[in-house]
Design a protein around this ligand. Structure first.
Ligand code: SF4
Length: 622
């Protein structure tokens, strides 16, 4: 019997091929060892997916989970997660978003959903206070993500309903299509494309249930303490409420670590036009917050004039400004705002989409593609007017260029060839977010070893960017990176928001995080237990990657980051050479107890983490 509080205690399994449902109880063992979110999903998918399957085949599964603290008063703790074998990386992928979907799913009676098989026709899943139903979605197929949500709210006749929907890009199986909950995106890794491949257009949830916690007095004391921490921490009480994540434009550019023109440079002389300060002045109307979060980092924006007048958006975030702005070589914040909204609406990851356009711009400027391949467009850096048309082409796979880039930068470079791999800015098939590898060696190691490749949430740039640790050296960066991995994966298993990392960490698993689990669930984890759990989950995910063929050779950076030093600015000359990366990898694997030659976790380390079955399984890959 499942005994922990906080959780609802069951997951809904939906067999789309047969149109059947099955309630599955959680087990204490699964919750204790893998907590929830990314950890729980990694374990489930490791056990249920055969290695080597096509992510778009019926054999793949899509898991959606709310974390154990979702729906409680733990601040910044009500994120929704999606999990699958990614069509971009061909390995386990996790993505999460804020908003209000996760609490509603739990109030509707479930911790999560596992989709398996494939529906013969487009459907949406409606869970109405514990009652699941698959409904015909043919009338929604082809609709954009926001329109789909609006139509469903109308159809279901209730504003209380929370919806997660895909846009046209996922229906066209654009490899970086996401899932959209309100204005929040489960964007990265192509999990929306997996949902589209299964003919699931949306999930709608409504519930009137509640979440039990073990001891209200203890919880109240914890809430008081944690809210005081949010208030006392400058990033969560001042910086993010005032500017949101776009504050990072000036922060990164002033250090010379702001990707510009497909990372050809890392100092953008005209970045001010994209800054959080200018954005606030020009388009921000008010703040928006996720469930039970005092931060309000979301920025509700309206473009008031010009070619994009009337575009309304909850954002852009820093990453969108990086991808659709500086990477594409322009500083028009209104274009970025419109582009991000349009990209969400078409249903794609804005980082991948913007970086794909920047990659194509560099290919065009170098003569590797011409107007013949771009349907007549002079696709040069600075052509802000071409960004929305390019988004549409990718989402609908229109023309040679749209279809090519819909495969993502990695596959596009493989097709174009001619040396374009040098500046295809991805690792493991996922493009890099807007944080420098060259200017932050520990973060570079996080990118290289990250199971998701170019994600900025496997490692984190914050420690080196803010000077908590020295960024000009590789000394000590192996352990530094591994500890941040652990903080990230534990918070991704609870599913806590990384924007509050200064409270949760920021450099390792802390009592603050572990106590949130204990207070809500009734577990009795020590700090050491929390750290070990994080390491167990990290190794479980690594084992998934090993099974899919990933080895040390894949823990790498693109040649541009390893051979081309930063050209100008405060970080001029910084680069992560092959030798530097090799040394950091040696130290990282040694700290982790992974084989130095292959990067496969050793049998001893897996057993010490309680992963005996995984240790056995790994033997065949050694
Ligand atoms: S910090 Fe921002 S993104 Fe994170 S939960 Fe709070 S409002 Fe949402």
């Amino acid at each position: 019997m499942f005994t922990y509080k906080g959780y609802i205690g069951k997951i809904l399994r939906v067999n789309l091929s047969r149109g059947t449902f099955h309630d599955e109880p959680l087990s204490n063992e699964l919750a204790e060892n893998f907590i929830g979110g990314a950890g729980m999903a990694a374990r489930i998918l490791y056990q249920e997916l055969k290695p080597g399957i096509d992510p778009f085949s019926e054999d793949n599964k899509l898991v959606m989970l709310a974390g154990p603290v979702a729906g409680t008063m733990v601040p910044a703790g009500s994120r929704m997660g999606a999990y699958s074998k990614s069509p971009q990386t061909n390995s386990f992928f996790h993505s999460s978003c804020g908003g209000h979907f996760a609490p509603e799913l739990k109030y509707a009676g479930y911790d999560g959903i596992i989709f398996e098989g494939k529906s013969p026709q487009p459907v949406y899943l409606f869970i109405d206070d514990g009652q699941p139903e698959l409904r015909d979605a043919r009338h929604l197929w082809g609709k954009k993500s926001y329109e789909t949500q609006e139509l469903l709210l109308e159809e279901l006749g209730s504003g209380e309903i929370q919806i997660a929907a895909i846009g046209p890009a996922a229906e066209h199986m654009v490899r970086f299509a996401g899932i959209f909950c309100g204005c929040r995106a489960l964007a990265r890794g192509g999990l929306g494309a997996v949902m589209g491949s299964k003919n699931v257009k949306a999930v709608a949830v409504r519930g009137y249930g509640s979440i039990e916690i073990p001891d209200y007095a203890r919880a109240e004391a914890y809430y008081k303490e944690i809210y005081a921490k949010f208030k006392a921490t400058p990033s969560t009480s001042q910086v993010l409420p005032t500017y949101g994540t776009p504050v990072l434009v000036n922060a990164n550019n002033s250090l010379g670590v702001f990707g510009y023109k497909n990372w050809q440079e890392e100092l953008y002389p005209d970045a001010q036009g994209l800054s959080g300060e200018v954005m606030k002045e020009k388009i921000v109307k008010r703040n928006k917050s996720c469930f039970a979060c005092p931060v309000g980092s979301g920025k509700y924006c309206v473009v008031g004039a010009g070619a994009y007048a009337g575009f309304i958006n909850e954002g852009p975030e820093y990453e969108d400004i990086f991808s659709f702005g500086s990477m594409c070589g322009h500083n028009d914040i209104e274009v970025v705002c419109a582009a991000e909204r349009f990209c969400d609406d078409m249903g794609m990851d804005a980082i991948e989409a913007g970086v794909a356009i920047a990659f194509a711009m560099e290919c065009f400027e170098k003569g590797l593609i011409t107007t013949k391949e771009t349907d007549g467009m002079e696709l040069r850096f600075g052509r802000a007017d071409l960004i929305l048309p390019m988004i549409e082409k990718m989402a609908l796979r229109q023309g040679f260029i749209g279809d090519l880039l819909a495969e993502g930068v990695k596959r596009a470079a493989e097709k174009i060839g001619q040396g374009s791999e040098f500046f295809a800015m991805h690792n493991k098939g996922l493009t890099f977010a807007g944080h420098s590898a060259r200017g932050m060696p520990g973060f570079a190691l996080g990118y290289a070893t990250g199971p998701r490749g170019g994600s900025h949430h496997d490692g984190r740039p914050t420690g080196e960017r803010t000077g908590l640790v020295k960024r000009e050296t590789i000394e000590g960066k192996a352990e530094y990176t591994a500890r941040i991995n652990h903080l990230n994966i534990l918070t991704d298993s609870m599913i806590l928001c990384h924007l509050a990392e200064a409270v949760w960490g920021p450099l390792d698993v802390t009592e603050t995080v572990v106590q949130a689990i204990n207070v809500v669930t009734g577990m009795d984890l020590s700090l050491e237990d929390g750290k070990k759990t994080a390491e167990r989950i990290w190794n479980q995910i690594r084992a998934f990657a090993v099974r899919e063929g990933y080895r040390r050779k894949d823990d790498k950076l693109p040649p541009r980051f390893m051979e081309e030093p930063i050209k100008d600015g405060p970080s001029k000359g910084m680069v992560i050479s092959r030798e530097m990366l090799d040394r950091m990898l040696d130290e990282y694997y040694a700290f982790r107890g992974w084989d130095k030659e292959t990067g496969i976790p050793t049998r001893e380390r897996l057993i010490s983490l309680g992963l005996e079955d995984v240790a056995e399984d790994m033997e065949q890959y050694r």
